[in-house]
Design a binder for this molecule. Structure first.
Ligand code: PXP
Length: 240
């Protein structure tokens, strides 16, 4: 099972101060050293976290899968063609949302998405569609010639304990359907250290894409060391 690490929220911390650190590019190299099979970034229209410069540098240094999450817009099409990520994942994007809220509406946008996929595929870049765990959406994704789908696990992650098995079943059914009609299939969104195991046990999944919980954990596991280093520096400066 592959793990794609989304480093968007390292950039969120940086952008809070419009500073140079922490750098998502440096975070990506450390994630790869830690065993990540791929790096994901979502270049949003409003550039609230990842910047164009991040994507350019990541393209230079990432030797495993660089997955570009993006909306199906002309601007992003041009950037994808210029940057040549290893994978493009098309996601819906709303300005006001805190994070991607739902899967793509593949039913209403099938013609537009089909054309978009064709244009990206023309440059040899495979396309994954981020969709809700719905058999119909899996079937439409195949019809419009996507190579891959990523099943949205957010409803499972947010569900109260009693409803989790039902949500998990929907994901599993969507995964099996996707494989049976020749699509590669991933899953992601809202996965964390407590809820990931049942999803990782679903047969036929290619990979999981995880961001927030890994960045959140990294901040906390690094806190003691970061404070210790600063304390030592201050103490050594005041010792004469
Ligand atoms: N997959 C997709 C398509 C996403 O949009 C996101 C969030 O950017 C993720 C996975 C990762 O979600 P999380 O940050 O909740 O792990």
């Amino acid at each position: 099972m592959l793990l794609g690490v989304n480093v968007d929220h390292v950039a969120t911390i940086r952008q809070a101060r419009l500073a140079k650190e922490p750098d998502p590019v440096m975070a990506a190299t450390l994630a790869i050293l830690g065993g990540a099979d791929g790096i994901t970034v979502h270049l949003r229209e409003d550039r609230r976290h990842i910047q164009d410069r991040d994507l350019r540098l990541l393209r230079d240094i990432v030797t495993c899968e660089l997955n570009l999450e993006m909306a199906a817009t002309p601007e992003m099409l041009r950037i994808a063609i210029d940057t040549r990520p290893d994978l493009v994942t098309i996601v819906p994007e709303k300005r006001q949302e805190l994070t991607t809220e739902g899967g793509l509406n593949v039913k209403e946008n099938r013609e537009r998405l089909k054309e978009f996929i064709k244009r990206i595929n023309a440059y040899g870049i495979p396309v994954s569609l981020f969709i809700n765990p719905s058999i119909e959406d899996v079937d439409i994704s195949r019809e419009i010639d996507a190579q891959m789908v990523e099943i949205h696990t957010g409803m499972y992650a947010d569900a109260p304990a009693l409803n989790k098995p039902e949500e998990l079943k929907k994901i599993s059914n969507a995964v099996q359907r996707a494989r049976s009609i020749g699509l590669e299939v991933n899953a992601g969104h809202g996965l964390n250290y407590h809820n990931v195991k049942p999803v990782a046990q679903i047969p036929n999944l290619r990979g999981l894409y995880i961001g927030h919980s890994i960045v959140a954990r990294a901040v906390l596991v690094g806190m003691k060391e970061a404070v210790r280093e600063m304390k030592n520096l201050i103490e050594s400066a005041t010792k004469v």
